[in-house]
Design a protein around this ligand. Structure first.
Ligand code: PMP
Length: 422
């Protein structure tokens, strides 16, 4: 196998050669928030605008045809990347919109009554989530329960910041209709044993929706192998542009779903009184589609697939192990989440005793090290782990072991500066 050549990869990301804060090399450790973009992706988007720009799915002219081909070609590319069929790939703005699409489709199915029995939700029914969720995969389900009168329940995390899968299995009851859970926590990095959980859920006829915003970018994810019913992610965390995300839904389930947003391009017949809707995925994609962003996402899939997702995952695992050793060994620093890199992704959140995360973040920023601070849109999880907030370093294919070392030195320096960790 070819060597995983991080230097060559870094050359594809010009932003990583920037010097910042008094001519220091930029050390970007915030890819869990958003990744950087390789030239290949930027070129794909630019080529679309330079040569093919037109409204996809509209018009009969050559450019419109090319734009449609770019958009639908991207759908095929993403489907292949995930082990799905193109009709099961709905393009959205991001993971957040994908989850809202799904949850509003469920309450719309409930309102509509008859057709979509499997999706209906009402008083007495339960939706199960977990304490690990990003707000994007919690608040929409809370709101869905409010709209439908269903009850929200949640599975707790362990002290190690993992999903308590046994407790989750016990919380599944004959009343449970949906299980919504994250594949990999954006805070603790914990990866949940999805295939096992899906089996338990399906045995109880529970539909499973997965927030894969932190998994699809980082390791091989095959929706067919996992057997999930719905799965979503954002392009911008996997080298693609902003403004494009995906909702995967199994074909027979998408077919049952009423639309969320309505308007042009998703209709079959419109009269002044009523409208009928196209089959999926068009039913869920009203308006002129983001074809340039889709072309960028397709290029990102190509880039990742050519490097190999398993090799990317292996590189990240090494970086994560190194970071856990380095940061975890500092006095007065507590890692939130599993202490070893096994079944754990590359989000490494930590609390520095006696130093506020914002101070840690600012100190590191002065050294040219970009991390994230706060509750990372996972407030309940922080509460469960007994932390107000934390500092998060997150790694991706372009990060190096030298950068991990610099992070460790930076935290130590911050501790000295703020008189902590002695
Ligand atoms: N879920 C998880 C686990 C995330 O990390 C994020 C992004 N922080 C989201 C959902 C939401 O992604 P977006 O903001 O791109 O919709």
């Amino acid at each position: 196998a070819r060597r995983f050549d991080v230097a060559a990869i870094r050359a594809d990301f010009p932003i990583l050669s920037r010097r910042v804060r008094g001519d220091r090399p930029l050390i970007y450790l915030d890819s869990a928030a958003t990744s950087q973009k390789p030239l290949r992706v930027l070129d794909a988007e630019r080529e679309f605008y330079l040569e093919h720009n037109a409204a996809a799915h509209r018009g009969t002219h050559l450019l419109a045809e090319e734009a449609t081909d770019a958009y639908e070609g991207a759908r095929e590319r993403v489907a292949a990347f995930l082990g799905a069929t193109p009709a099961e790939i709905v393009f959205t703005r991001n993971a957040t919109e994908a989850i809202n699409l799904l949850t509003y489709a469920i309450s719309n199915a409930t309102l509509a009554g008859s057709a979509a029995g499997r999706l209906r939700l009402g008083p007495g029914d339960e939706v199960l989530v977990t304490e690990l969720e990003h707000h994007a995969n919690l608040v929409p389900w809370q709101q869905l329960c409010e709209r439908t009168g269903a009850t929200l329940r949640w599975a707790p995390v362990t002290a190690e910041g993992r999903l308590d899968a046994d407790r989750l299995a016990h919380l599944i009851s004959p009343r449970t209709r949906f299980l919504a859970l994250t594949h990999q926590s954006n805070v603790t990095g914990a990866v949940s044993p999805l295939a096992e959980i899906v089996k338990v859920a399906h045995d109880a006829e529970v539909l499973v929706a997965v927030d894969a915003a932190q998994s699809v970018p980082h390791f091989p994810v095959d929706v067919t192998q996992l057997g999930v019913d719905f799965l979503c992610f954002s392009g911008h965390k996997m080298l693609a542009p902003y403004g494009i995300g995906v909702l995967f839904g199994r074909a027979e389930l998408l077919a049952l779903m009423p639309p969320f947003l309505t308007g042009g391009s998703m209709i079959e017949v419109v009269t002044m009184e009523r409208s009928s809707f196209l089959p999926p995925p068009q039913r869920f994609e009203p308006g002129v589609p983001p074809a340039a962003q889709a072309a960028g996402l397709a290029a990102a899939c190509d880039y990742l697939a050519e490097l190999g997702m398993a090799r990317i995952a292996a590189h990240e695992e090494e970086l994560t192990a190194h970071a856990l050793d380095t940061v975890g060994a500092l006095p007065g620093v507590r890692i939130l989440g599993p202490g070893t890199a096994k079944d754990r992704g590359s989000s490494v959140s930590f609390v520095v005793e006696g130093v506020h995360p914002h101070d840690v973040g600012q100190y590191l920023d002065d050294l040219g090290i970009a991390v994230r601070t706060g509750h990372h849109c996972a407030w309940p999880l922080h509460r469960a782990l007994g932390a107000q907030s934390s500092t998060r370093a997150s790694f991706y294919l372009y990060n190096t072991h030298e950068e991990v070392e610099a992070l460790g030195r930076g935290i130590r320096e911050a501790q000295r500066y703020f008189g902590a960790g002695t």
